[in-house]
Design a protein around this ligand. Structure first.
Ligand code: ARG
Ligand code: ZN
Length: 873
């Protein structure tokens, strides 16, 4: 049954204070909950029963209201596992005792065990698996939490807020009480119990408050948390500097856990992280992972204001906190590192994965109008497109205007559970602007298309750009209205210079045009020559913009555009055009074109040692199979891969010597640091290595093996291994085996091994995947291990997209089994199968039957929603 945004009603009851006692034990955990409740004065309904959310895994022991133990006839559990109490006073203390079995919780929602420790994940609706509660974000309460446990086994006992009491029970158990003074919804509740080690540090806030910072891990990982601590301090400083937001408790804690459905969680004062998003050490962690860890630490910390102090009224508003917080973490990384590199990476990801979501059966606006299972809406649309929508507001208002808006938002709504409308309203009120039309971005799904044509009048020295926009239909939204699209742009002269132009009486070289109509034109005056337009600079809106550039024009922009993002994008566009032509040639059985305009462009890039190596590495990286699939009318994975391998090989052979010398030049000995200059150098070095190897040069293979064996850091070692696997070198098997041998004790490194092993082309076929799933290092309980193997499988074009459909059926079978254990993870694994309508006919049918086979089984809400929407017509 679907839930609709339009049906929102304020809660009938409020919970002013929540007192929880957990008696943690390896067999059963007893939870005693005391809720200080009253009827909600603004609900206006005084006869409704009290209905508390619960779960099938929660066993009710007893219920009391104000010391009166309710007899069985005064309450019942309904079909949705809710506790219904027929009659209550207007104000009362509700005591509920329940029993749960965290050790049997395989869903990893609520309270569960992960390698010897107890931990929680309550967002979105996990708290109801702990005890009966009003488990909705607009019920905010002050929590006091007491943990009772065997102090030998679980010396570390943590919850939200400050530790206020510590003692020993009659049976000798340790008792610790935590109090969080900030009212919060239950989804921000957390507890951790374990035998953990920690590192400590302090941060002094701008107003002079000393905050203790602690990061906890299992003992064997305590050598991998220093980087995260530094990242946390940088985040705290940045949020003060850029948003004026200070931390608000005496202590901030982070705990790493191995079994976790998502990346991390912003529980008040006690963030819990998937260990893959926190732990870092040079020999086990790649540069990409370092930057990702920093960004996620920042993201969760930033939620303290954008999410916790001001939270969501209901789960339809998820993008209120997630879109905004992703925008904040992206801006943080842009400020601390290369702005352009970060932007290119974020946009690549958006255009590959979010655009595919927009074009598929699960397409939804950043504020969905309905859902069956909210866990399915922690999506790239809500997060990444949500961030782009906030970024557009930033572009439209400017940095200062945006800051005025965010200040008003935080002060107006501190301590409240609010909506996306409230966020936009604060932006409007602080700046005296009207964002009514802009708000269509919150309710309309799909990626808008913008078509651009131009005219130049030499006599009048005027240049006209004609824009038209349309958004394709998405499921449930057949017609769309024009949206507000800020197009940041400039004009480039034939010599590559930025041309001056006059627009609305102002002379400049760069402007933001705000599109609002289906069709509109803009006339630039005093334009001295016919320009090449540089459009959508910095990717100023999440749209697909097309202008009919010639290859020469793209090459001019690649070489000279003042906007780094558009330089990169122009190079990508040349590659996309060539690859699309090659794909068509593969499909029609023609012989493949041997000319590429990229050869001369890349040759110049490699020759210029002054350029930013990180940018050069990005420009040299051909569009991924996933991105080319998103762009395709009909996806033919094998043809895409063949075309891409061909183009790469052709460039590699033509420039083999340049790649070799670039590799040699950058292959320097230095003590590893995850800093800007080194990361850039390693990125270009390893891209050069992959081309050099692709050229077939024997020496390149030797260099690769040497790098693999001698590297003192994971970035270089992994790059060598990944290239060996990707290029299908004979030595790949041997390197994979030695990699496992070396790193079998490091679970996060083993995940990399699993992915590469599963992605390798091999004669074993699906037997290889089965063997990996039987491997001692594999663990069905651990989402990271599952993701590792299935990421490898679905990237394995030959194996996964085999015309027999065996790859699709295999995935469907695995999903059906997993769904019984962990519906959230099972549901996410469905994504590749939801694309069946876009596949070439020979693959579309087998993919559809795999989904139908899945649909015939007994499914969780999570998988049911994805599968049924994918098959609906
Ligand atoms: N709020 C967390 C984050 O973005 C993600 C939690 C996701 N939980 C879930 N059940 N889907 O930072
Ligand atoms: Zn988040």
């Amino acid at each position: 049954a679907a839930i609709y945004l339009k049906d929102y009603r304020v809660p009938d009851f409020l919970i002013d204070r929540t007192e929880l006692v957990f008696d943690l034990d390896d067999s059963v955990t007893v939870v005693t909950s005391k809720l200080h409740m009253r009827r909600n004065p603004s609900a206006g309904r005084i006869t409704t029963p009290l209905v508390l959310d619960g779960g099938e895994d929660v066993k009710l022991i007893g219920v009391a209201i104000d010391n009166y133990t309710l007899p069985a006839e005064e309450y019942h559990i309904n079909a949705e596992h809710q506790l219904v109490i027929t009659a209550t006073p207007d104000q009362f203390l509700l005591t509920v005792e329940t029993v749960i079995e965290p050790q049997n919780n395989t869903r990893l929602e609520g309270l569960y065990r992960s390698s010897g420790m107890f931990c929680t994940q309550c967002e979105a609706e996990g708290f109801r698996h702990i005890t009966y509660y009003l488990d909705r974000p607009d019920v905010m309460s002050i929590f006091t939490t007491t943990l009772i446990a065997d102090g030998e086994k679980y010396p570390t006992l943590l919850s939200n807020g400050n530790e206020v009491e510590r003692g020993v029970s009659d049976e000798g158990k340790t008792i610790v009480t935590w109090h969080d003074p900030h009212p919060k919804p239950a989804y921000l509740f957390a507890l951790v119990a374990g035998n953990l080690q920690h590192i400590s540090d302090t941060f002094t806030t701008s107003s002079g408050r000393d905050v203790t910072l602690k990061i906890f891990t299992e003992p064997h990982n305590i050598d991998k948390v220093d980087y995260a601590m530094g990242a946390l301090k940088r985040s705290m400083k940045w949020d003060e500097d850029v948003y004026g937001r200070e931390y608000d408790l005496d202590i901030f804690m982070i705990v790493a856990v191995d079994d976790f459905n998502m990346g991390a969680m912003e529980n008040k004062g006690l963030n819990i992280f998937n260990s893959s998003c926190l732990l870092a050490r040079p020999d086990t962690t790649t540069d990409d992972a370092y930057l990702r860890i920093e960004a996620i630490v920042a993201h969760e910390y930033f939620h303290n204001w954008s999410g916790n102090r001001v939270t969501c009224r209901d789960w339809f508003q998820l993008s209120l906190k997630e879109g905004f917080t992703v925008f904040r973490d992206q801006s943080f990384s842009e400020d601390l590192h290369s702005e352009t590199v970060k932007r290119v990476e974020d946009v690549s990801f958006l255009r590959t994965a979010q655009f595919a979501e927009d074009a598929g059966p699960m397409a939804h606006p950043i504020r969905p109008a309905s859902y069956i299972e909210i866990s399915n809406f922690y999506t790239l649309t809500v997060y990444e497109k949500g961030s782009e929508v906030v970024r557009m507001i930033h572009t439209l208002l400017g940095a200062e205007g945006f800051r005025k808006g965010s200040d008003l938002y935080f002060s107006r709504h501190d301590g409240q559970a609010v909506t996306c409308d409230d966020f936009v309203k604060a932006m409007e009120d602080a700046n005296g602007v009207d964002l009514t039309q802009f708000k269509r971005w919150y309710s309309q799904a799909g990626t808008p298309r913008v078509q651009v044509t131009d005219e130049y009048d030499e006599q009048a020295q005027t240049y006209t750009l004609n824009f038209s926009q349309m958004t394709p239909a998405t499921p449930g939204q057949p017609t769309k209205l024009p949206v507000v699209i800020p197009v940041k742009m400039g004009l480039i002269g034939q010599d590559g210079s930025s041309l001056r132009f006059n627009l609305a009486g102002e002379t400049t070289t760069e402007t933001v045009i705000t599109l609002t109509q289906g069709e509109e034109s803009v006339v630039f005056e005093q334009v001295a020559e016919r320009p090449v337009p540089s459009l959508l600079r910095g990717f100023s809106a999440p749209v697909k913009l097309s202008y009919d550039y010639t290859t020469e024009q793209l090459a001019l922009l690649l070489a000279h555009d003042s906007d780094g993002f558009n330089r990169w994008n122009s190079g990508q566009q040349i590659a996309v055009n060539e690859l699309q032509a090659l794909i068509a040639q593969v499909q029609s059985g023609e012989s493949l074109n041997q000319e590429s305009a990229l050869v001369s462009g890349f040759s110049q890039l490699l020759a210029d040692e002054q350029l930013d190596s990180a940018m050069v590495a990005l420009i040299l990286t051909l569009p991924s199979v996933a991105y080319l699939s998103e762009l395709a009318e009909q996806i033919d994975p094998q043809a895409i891969k063949t075309a891409r391998d061909h183009l790469k090989g052709q460039i590699a052979k033509a420039l083999s010597e340049s790649f070799a010398s670039t590799y040699e030049r950058l292959n320097v000995q230095e003590a590893y640091q995850p800093n800007e200059a080194q990361i850039a150098r390693r990125a270009l070095k390893n891209v050069a290595l992959s081309y050099w190897v692709a050229s077939g040069d024997e020496q390149a293979q030797q260099a690769l093996v040497n790098q693999f064996r001698n590297a003192d850091n994971m970035t270089d070692q992994y790059a060598a291994l990944a290239t060996a696997v990707d290029q299908d070198l004979e030595v790949a098997d041997e390197l994979l085996a030695s990699f496992y041998e070396q790193w079998q004790q490091e679970s996060l490194v083993v995940n990399k091994w699993l992915t590469l092993s599963a992605s390798q082309t091999s004669a074993e076929g699906l037997g290889r995947i089965e063997r990996l799933m039987q491997h001692p290092s594999f663990d069905l309980k651990n989402p990271n291990k599952l993701r590792a193997v299935f990421a490898g499988l679905t990237q394995n074009v030959t194996l996964f997209h085999d015309a027999s459909g065996a790859g699709y059926r295999f995935l469907a079978d695995q999903i059906a089994v997993l769904d019984k254990r962990n519906p959230q993870i099972a549901s996410r694994l469905c994504t590749p199968l939801t694309r069946w309508r876009k596949m070439v006919p020979s693959l579309s049918d087998p993919m559809k039957s795999a989904l139908q086979q899945l649909a015939a089984g007994d499914l969780s809400k999570d998988v049911y929603e994805v599968v049924s929407k994918s098959l609906a017509d």
